[in-house]
Design a protein around this ligand. Sequence first.
Ligand SMILES: Nc1nc2c(ncn2[C@@H]2O[C@H](COP(=O)(O)OP(=O)(O)O)[C@@H](O)[C@H]2O)c(=O)[nH]1
Ligand SMILES: [Mg+2]
Length: 339
Amino acid sequence: MSKRLHIALVGNPNSGKSSLFNCLTGLNQKVGNFPGVTVDKKTGSTNLPSGEAEIIDLPGTYSLYPRRLDEWVSYRVLLGQDIKVRPDVVVAVADASNLKRNLLFCTQLIDLKIPVVIALTMMDLANKKGIKIDIAELERELGVPVVVINPRKQKGIPQLKKAMEQTGQGLYKPPVKDFIDNKALAATSIEEVKRLRSELSDYSAIHYLINHESFELDSATQSRIEDIEKRNNFNPTKTQAEEILQRYARIKHIMQVSVSEPDPLQKSLLTEKIDNILLHRRWGYLILLAVLFVLFQSVFWLASYPMDWIDGGTASFSGWLSSILPQSNWSDLLVNGIV
Ligand SMILES: Nc1nc2c(ncn2[C@@H]2O[C@H](COP(=O)(O)OP(=O)(O)O)[C@@H](O)[C@H]2O)c(=O)[nH]1
Ligand SMILES: [Mg+2]
């Protein structure tokens, strides 16, 4: 029997992570806390074609540069620092209607060289905005499976399950080539960290350089990394800034080749065409008169309804009044004069 897969869901806040978690796990959910912190730990199980798998919904994160406590929780899991949570597959939930921002985090995960599947949500919203995404092209550029899902409508879930399972079984390997040239960001420091930890990718080594103090490392390794930083003048801020710039440059290229958005120029052409007709020297006035005519007509036409109701109402009210009041001058004044 194959081993039970452990699958973690990550992604930007509001990307649809919890909706997907609910969709996959249904009623098989447990909520607890991560050890030592009051951050929700939601776990559950789901059925994959080959058997049951464990699912964990990690707190939302914008990038691999954690700031808040809950972002640190996700970060530690992704960097292999949480001994209790060791996912075999990471599902990166990404909002298709905000693809550029979501891809930043996805490409960081890809460069960690962990098994990643991208679950693309909000495709319905993207389509409404006129955005079209070439999924095959996106897959080619990123080198990992991309599956379109709508957890709200339970769409694409069997396809996602298949991709999770195949990735967990090692059918899709993390891409050999980095998304950006991470090595060039701090070549010697990365090389030296990898001599201490041969299993790390170039990009993970950068994270060890930046955040080793928060990692579970023995004191000898801690001081060695400290030493590597000092000798090579490793500058974390500069490295991060350079990394983000390079990622966005490549993401921009991906957006150009795999995403078509409505051209703002095309839109302005349409409004220009409408303006040309409405503001025409002769036809413009005629159109204006026609619009005003329709407007006046519709006011009279619409007003006739409440006027008829009021007429009918007062007639039946005065009829009713004269029927209940005794015959006198006063009742005559009330019924025929006032009402
Ligand atoms: N239109 C649309 N809405 C979605 C989709 N996926 C999730 N949502 C909605 O997006 C909102 C945020 O989802 P949620 O699962 O709470 O996001 P989380 O912050 O990543 O856990 C919710 O109102 C969902 O119903 C989708 O594919 N299409
Ligand atoms: Mg959530």
